[in-house]
Design a protein around this ligand. Structure first.
Ligand SMILES: Cc1cc2nc3c(=O)[nH]c(=O)nc-3n(C[C@H](O)[C@H](O)[C@H](O)COP(=O)(O)OP(=O)(O)OC[C@H]3O[C@@H](n4cnc5c(N)ncnc54)[C@H](O)[C@@H]3O)c2cc1C
Length: 197
């Protein structure tokens, strides 16, 4: 299905088919819609076509910071509901694609003259654990100065007063998009064509 050798045949098939759903754009949104529609009980008989003007995932979906949401930054803006939602979504993605969604340890250094102190950081990270439903073994750990420098030896010693350890989830965004599309096409028989504006 993804081979150029079958392209003429594919174009021909598309020209002769009436589609129920045509999706424009082969980034994570379009590929997600294709998989969602094709995999629903009610979507099994739908004819679904996705068209991408360039290569699949060549837009924003290969240029993200590769974090699965990075929910911590929303906490800074007091977007509690969003932190709750993305925490749960992150876990669903981790369960669905364990080969592509990996836990990554993050260190938040606390500086003498920084905007966040030890206490506020501790409370913030604890709140994040609670709202995002972080599993026990990945909950935040507060570190003293020596422990922080042990974790990251390249930090300048003088301004450090401590640190906070927590987890984000990292992915390969383009591969994740391709895996979603491949599942939609191979498992659920959606059709997709690239270089088709
Ligand atoms: C710097 C940066 C960092 C980010 N970091 C994160 C992060 O850490 N975590 C996170 O979850 N999200 C992050 N995001 C957001 C995330 O990357 C986007 O929300 C997501 O990739 C959007 O996907 P999309 O499918 O809507 O758009 P795109 O991936 O851009 O897909 C749209 C597609 O439509 C195609 N297209 C357009 N017009 C046509 C046409 N006429 N015919 C056919 N095809 C067409 C384009 O070629 C493109 O491939 C980040 C975004 C940026 C820019």
């Amino acid at each position: 299905m993804f081979s150029f050798q079958e392209r003429a045949q594919q174009l021909n098939g598309i020209a002769q088919t009436d589609y129920d759903l045509v999706i424009i754009g082969g980034g994570i949104t379009g590929c997600g819609i294709a998989l969602d529609a094709a995999s629903r009980e009610t979507g099994r008989n739908l004819k679904i076509l996705l068209l991408e003007k360039g290569d699949f995932a060549n837009g924003t979906s290969s240029r993200s910071t590769k974090l699965i949401h990075g929910g911590l930054r929303y906490l800074k803006n007091f977007e509690f509901k969003l932190v709750y939602e993305v925490g749960r979504e992150r876990e669903i993605l981790h369960q669905n694609a364990r080969h592509l969604v990996l836990a990554e340890k993050m260190l938040l250094p606390i500086l003498k003259a920084g905007s966040l102190g030890k206490f506020t950081t501790g409370i913030g990270l604890r709140l994040y654990d609670f709202l995002a439903g972080v599993k026990y073994e990945e909950r935040r750990k507060m570190l003293n100065k020596e422990e922080t420098i042990q974790e990251e030896k390249l930090l300048k010693r003088a301004p450090i007063i401590g640190g906070g350890l927590y987890y984000e989830y990292r992915t390969d965004d383009a591969r994740l998009t391709m895996d979603v599309l491949k599942t939609a096409c191979i498992k659920y028989h959606a059709k997709a064509l690239n270089y088709a504006r």
